[in-house]
Design a protein around this ligand. Structure first.
Ligand SMILES: C[S@@+](CC[C@H](N)C(=O)[O-])C[C@H]1O[C@@H](n2cnc3c(N)ncnc32)[C@H](O)[C@@H]1O
Length: 226
């Protein structure tokens, strides 16, 4: 079950067109990570918290025969993803929650997620579900901008009036290990376009906060299912 307030928030963001802003803001880091993931032809990838599905479509276009499925709890984000869908791309978008994925065990080669997992109502359940739907030998690559070492992200829960999971790097690694993942590593990914003062919003209200968010970077948690 996803949190109703989270769903309301992202339905509103979809109505306000803020899905496009996320695509623009997260695009460079996601492209850097996808480039390094080593995706192979024919893999099946699940994108958790896909928003309007832009990263799902990128994943689906990496190699021949790759199939990517995005899941999101916000019906309005899923409607956007369906609108933006191209029938020449092997992707699909399902309405659903991280905590109760409607997939059989071991259906996917990879889990991907950008800026979404810390909104989970039950983070341990969400990571366990990701583990369950992965095949043995499968890999998970989760990205978050909201983590303890990124100090400028600290006010986000209060600003958004949501209960968010604020873990530090070691805490993220431990959460994946608790779910059964091995080979868990973290690294920071910095937007290669450099710092830009453009596009301040309530989560980066001033130029200094934006600069600090840029310098801290996005936390990439990589994990494997033995
Ligand atoms: C900050 S947005 C990121 C969207 C997209 N990954 C991007 O980078 O543009 C987080 C997304 O996660 C979704 N989400 C949050 N909690 C969820 C849950 N428990 N189950 C499924 N989706 C959830 C939200 O609806 C929202 O679309």
């Amino acid at each position: 079950m996803s949190d109703e307030k989270v769903v309301e928030t992202f339905d509103r963001w979809a109505e306000e067109g803020r899905d496009k802003g996320m695509e623009e803001g997260h695009g460079d880091v996601v492209r850097q990570v996808i480039e390094r993931m080593g995706i192979r032809a024919g893999e099946r990838i699940l994108d958790l918290g896909c928003g309007n599905g832009w990263a799902t479509r990128l994943l689906a276009q990496t190699e021949a025969g790759v199939q990517a499925i995005g899941v999101d709890a916000s019906p309005k984000m899923i409607a956007k993803a369906d609108e933006l869908h191209s029938f020449t791309i092997r992707s699909r978008y399902d309405w659903g929650s991280f905590e109760n994925l409607e997939f059989k065990d071991a259906e996917f080669d990879r889990i991907f997620s950008m800026e979404a997992l810390y909104y989970a109502k039950d983070l341990d359940k969400a990571i366990s579900e990701a583990f369950r739907v992965l095949k043995p030998g499968g890999k998970s690559d989760v990205l978050v901008d909201y983590y303890h070492e990124s100090e400028a992200s600290a006010p986000w829960a209060e600003i958004m009036e949501l209960d968010l999971h604020r873990l530090d790097e070691a805490g993220w690694r431990a959460a994946f290990e608790r779910a059964g993942f091995t080979g868990v590593t973290t690294e920071r990914v910095i937007d290669s376009r450099g710092f830009s003062a453009e596009g301040c919003d309530e989560c980066s209200p001033d130029v200094e906060a934006k600069r600090k968010l840029h310098e801290a970077g996005t936390l990439w948690i990589h994990a494997e299912k033995a």
